[in-house]
Design a protein around this ligand. Structure first.
Ligand SMILES: Cc1cc2nc3c(=O)[nH]c(=O)nc-3n(C[C@H](O)[C@H](O)[C@H](O)COP(=O)(O)OP(=O)(O)OC[C@H]3O[C@@H](n4cnc5c(N)ncnc54)[C@H](O)[C@@H]3O)c2cc1C
Length: 255
């Protein structure tokens, strides 16, 4: 359990804000790159400071849930978008959506505000012997996918499908190996359910042949739908597909 503070915020694009965290306790954090995930703790509105769990094992969740709401922090899953150990900084990039606890906190965060992290490790683990890769996600998976690409070996060949809310969210400065093609999928439709466009596009796309690895994340129907398609329609072995429901439409995260 590492307690940090906000060093600054940057509006990355129309629907994304990056919060930079730092502080002396960051020396206990071991950055691994790729989709390194943390549990992010931040205070509820009106709370005076952040009360972090004291347990450093999985029992922390029970400890948090036993606290009365007046003292319980919000807990959400986020990806370490970038880490700069020499400067003592990590960035977390938030896909903003109307009025949720994490979006409100990220847009209102000010230098000196407290936040805590608990390292949950990585899930992008391509096995030896795979050729091409397929990465697909909605805006919640954008930080993970961009971090994976920045960390990738020059030899990586991959088709990447990234659904974002608007054209204005497309990044023109993606750091990636030459053999990676990024297909940006802006919804440009406030009423469309996130993930649907990426799911439809991947099912019609030309994908790498031979033994491949897929990493899929986003609103639960996107990764589960793409996996079902890859297994049933394209005969991909289940063990070569990593899929993660990052959030569920219409349902708040527990915690
Ligand atoms: C391993 C992992 C890594 C993740 N990394 C990131 C990351 O780096 N950046 C990031 O932005 N998200 C990331 N997420 C997703 C994030 O944890 C969820 O989106 C979470 O619900 C955000 O909390 P909240 O307080 O904004 O909304 P909640 O209080 O959980 O939900 C409130 C409402 O908002 C809806 N909602 C939740 N997320 C979204 C969304 N993205 N778009 C539209 N509606 C939404 C819910 O369905 C609910 O109706 C990650 C999730 C996992 C599991």
């Amino acid at each position: 359990m590492i307690t940090l503070e906000v060093l600054g915020t940057t509006r990355t694009t129309a629907n994304f804000t990056t919060v930079t965290l730092g502080g002396p306790e960051l020396e206990h954090f071991r950055p691994t790159g790729d989709d390194q995930t943390v549990r992010l703790f931040f205070p509820r509105e009106g709370q005076d400071g952040l009360r972090m769990p004291t347990l450093n094992n999985e029992a922390w969740m029970a400890e948090v849930l036993l606290l009365p709401k007046s003292r319980r922090p919000w807990v959400r899953n986020f990806t370490i978008r970038r880490s700069r150990p020499e400067a003592g900084e990590v960035d977390i990039e938030f896909a903003l959506h109307a009025g949720s606890p994490a979006s409100s906190w990220a847009t209102q965060a000010r230098p000196g505000d407290p936040a805590g992290i608990f390292d949950m490790g990585v899930s992008y683990l391509p096995p030896d012997g795979v050729g091409g890769q397929l990465l697909a996600g909605d805006e919640s998976a954008l930080p993970a996918i961009l971090a994976i690409l920045e960390n990738a070996p020059d030899s990586l060949a991959a088709e990447v499908f990234l659904e974002v809310p608007e054209t204005a969210d497309i990044r023109h400065d993606v750091v990636k190996p030459e053999g990676v093609r990024v297909h940006w999928l802006p919804r440009n439709d406030r009423t469309a359910r996130p993930g649907g466009l990426a799911l439809e596009t991947v099912t019609k796309a030309e994908l790498p042949s031979g033994r491949c690895y897929a990493w899929l994340a986003g609103e639960a129907k996107l990764p589960t739908g793409v996996r079902r398609h890859l297994v049933n329609e394209r005969g991909w072995p289940k063990q070569d597909i990593a899929f993660y429901g990052y959030w569920r439409y219409g349902r708040a995260s527990p915690g």
